[in-house]
Design a protein around this ligand. Structure first.
Ligand SMILES: [Zn+2]
Length: 266
């Protein structure tokens, strides 16, 4: 019999999942696609094989295994989704935390449990968790899902887990505020679902960071401008062009003002 969420033990560890893989109790779905219904992605390495294996815990489909890595699953998702790592990167740039890239999909947000340079890692949907804690000596992180299951992961990051959740929640709130202001400016109204799970925990946070959440249309424009600046910077820094640093800055300024002209009548 295949395992569903309700059949899982209270605590789900990678060892448990590997046992279930061996016992063929997890549904194989090579075509599985990532969505915001995923509660967590476990990056597994079966001992008898050097092939990667991902087990997804999906709210709709239960446990699913696929030979694709977590990185492949998320990249495929990013190629067809409106929200992807591009918005997340712009958000991360603003707070100067370049080595930590969660996936922000508005109210849904996914936390990677290792840095971006680590290849495939485990990912946890924070909107599906009600709490989390970190056991630093054991190098573990545990999340308790909205379905009351405990998910255990290796967590050796130097970053405090609560800080990582707090920052991710800030990014999520930031993106939702931007969307709200855009919709408001168009004369429409956005009825947004309340933040769920761990995202809810910091939704009303009034720390220094959360006080920087966008309030005005000019902040929205600044955020949108950051996409154009990023593109222009990539082009100006293109090594084949061999532009000196001052010339790179000049190029950036020139094209920024040229492109700004599109916003005006003449
Ligand atoms: Zn805060």
């Amino acid at each position: 019999m295949l395992l569903q969420i309700q059949d899982l033990p209270r605590k789900v560890t990678k060892d448990f999942l590997l046992q279930q893989v061996t016992a063929r109790k997890i549904k194989a779905a090579p075509q599985f696609q990532f969505s915001n219904q995923v509660i967590a992605l476990f990056n597994l390495q079966p001992p008898s094989s050097n092939l990667p294996l991902t087990v997804a815990l999906d709210y709709q489909q239960g446990l699913i295994m696929t030979p694709r890595t977590t990185r492949q699953l998320l990249n495929d998702f990013s190629h067809q989704s409106i929200f992807n790592f591009q918005q997340s990167r712009m958000l991360v740039r603003q707070t100067q935390h370049p080595h930590f890239l969660p996936l922000i999909l508005g109210r849904a947000a996914y936390l990677p449990l290792a840095g971006v340079s680590h290849g495939s890692t485990d990912w946890v949907g924070l909107h599906w968790q009600q709490d989390c804690w970190q056991n630093t000596p054991a190098r573990q992180a545990e999340f308790i899902t909205l379905q009351n299951k405990i998910l255990q992961f290796t967590y050796s990051s130097y970053r405090n887990l609560e800080d990582a959740v707090h920052l991710t929640s800030y990014y999520s709130e930031y993106l939702c505020r931007i969307l709200q202001l855009i919709v408001q400016a168009s004369g429409a109204q956005l009825v947004s679902l309340p933040a769920a799970g761990l995202m809810h925990q910091f939704a009303q946070c009034s720390c220094r960071l959360h006080r920087q959440l966008p309030q005005t249309n000019s902040e929205v424009r600044q955020f949108l401008q950051s996409f154009q600046d990023w593109t222009l910077r990539q082009v100006a820094h293109f090594s084949e062009l061999q532009l000196s640093a001052p010339l790179q800055e000049q190029t950036l300024k020139f094209w920024r003002s040229e492109l700004a002209a599109v916003h005006c009548l003449w």
